[in-house]
Design a protein around this ligand. Structure first.
Ligand code: AQP
Length: 332
């Protein structure tokens, strides 16, 4: 059975982009078809200016939402990254095969470092090395497939490069993973700025639909989405990014093809209305289950505890093998 690994970073409230780009597939497909692990990658949330209490709250919320979307601990492993030391252990070894040039070429690093500097802050070294830790997350488990949104493609490419390089230098230790993306909505765009990705740590709140937004809030955000000049509904990401984004969201919610859907709408207004209702319906069961789980925090804690134990057992042999392969003396 193939092994699947993916993660979610508790840097903000989870968004429709996170759900359509990644999480939905985890619960609907991956947990049924693979030996799958899903992780709240909390160490990654420390790479930018953070508030400790907020990271803890968001980590708990992200874990609860993962279960609320339908992840079933009988079918897959759900855990928190910092509960499994093997990630950090392996990350250091991979830093010893990665180069600083590779790190500085990462688009997300360039964007986030620029934003940090623009705010007058300093850039943490961990922001530069974050893709190596992500590679460790993936490689520790012998992962075959990494289901992610489009923005993570470059990081998975780096992971592949590091796995190949390590294997060539020190002997075959890691599986070389591949990426999978959803067919539509692999990159959901910000509703107020459809040329930028909908991000959970964006400042532009009205452009971001959060999984826990009230139905009225979802409707308002979608009805106020920036559309393009012109009035006919066509799917063209370059010329009509606003309308195309709505068509992709609608297609992802209801199934179907954004280009075909475009023909069914004569005005932006009717498209927005239909999209808003589709998103409200999509989020309803997730929000209901989230509420139930919040009333039972010990269940969530138990899932995370057991998940971490299982994950540790899966990761340790491969990370130990990497330690031996790279030339470290085994502890007696
Ligand atoms: N807008 C998006 N469209 C499609 N997929 C998306 N993902 C994130 N945003 C979109 C996918 O969600 C998974 C978890 O993302 P992450 O927690 O690793 O964070 P990220 O990729 O850095 O994106 P965010 O949510 O915007 O966080 P911030 O604002 O902190 O950078 C990934 O598979 C991602 O591709």
């Amino acid at each position: 059975m193939k092994r699947v690994f993916s993660g979610i970073k508790p840097t903000g409230h989870l968004t429709l982009g996170n759900y359509l780009g990644a999480m939905r597939r985890w619960s609907e497909v991956d947990q049924h078809e693979a030996d799958a692990l899903f992780c709240v990658v909390d160490l990654h949330a420390l790479t930018v200016d953070h508030d400790p209490g907020r990271v803890r709250r968001l980590s708990r919320q992200a874990a609860t939402l993962l279960l609320a979307t339908g992840l079933d601990p009988r079918l897959c492993t759900v855990f928190v990254q910092s509960h499994v030391d093997e990630h950090a252990r392996l990350s250091y070894l991979l830093e010893c095969v990665a180069t600083d040039g590779e790190m500085r070429r990462m688009i997300q690093y360039k964007e986030k470092a620029a934003a940090e500097r623009a705010r007058g802050g300093s850039v943490r070294l961990s922001l530069l090395t974050y893709p190596v830790l992500m590679a460790a997350d993936i490689l520790a488990y012998g992962t075959d497939e990494v289901p992610v949104g489009d923005d993570q493609t470059q990081h998975v490419e780096l992971t592949r490069d590091l796995a190949v390089r390590f294997n060539q230098r020190y002997g075959r230790t890691f599986v070389v993973p591949r990426t999978t993306h959803p067919e539509v909505a692999a990159r959901v765009m910000n509703l107020q700025d459809p040329t930028s990705k909908m991000g959970k740590s964006d400042d532009v709140g009205p452009g971001v639909v959060y999984l826990l937004d009230e139905p009225e809030t979802v409707r308002k955000k979608i009805m106020r989405a920036v559309t393009d000049s012109g009035s006919d509904v066509v799917h063209d990401r370059e010329a009509r990014p606003g309308v195309s984004n709505l068509l992709e969201i609608l297609a992802a919610c209801e199934g179907g093809d954004p280009e075909e859907l475009a023909g069914a709408y004569e005005t932006y207004g009717s498209l927005k209305k239909e999209t808003a209702e589709a998103v409200v319906e999509l989020l309803k069961p997730v929000q209901r289950r989230h509420q139930e789980l919040c009333a039972d925090p010990s269940y969530v804690e138990g899932v995370l505890r057991e998940g971490a134990e299982r994950a540790r057992e899966m990761a340790r042999p491969r990370v130990d093998a990497a330690y031996r392969a790279i030339g470290l003396l085994p502890a007696g």
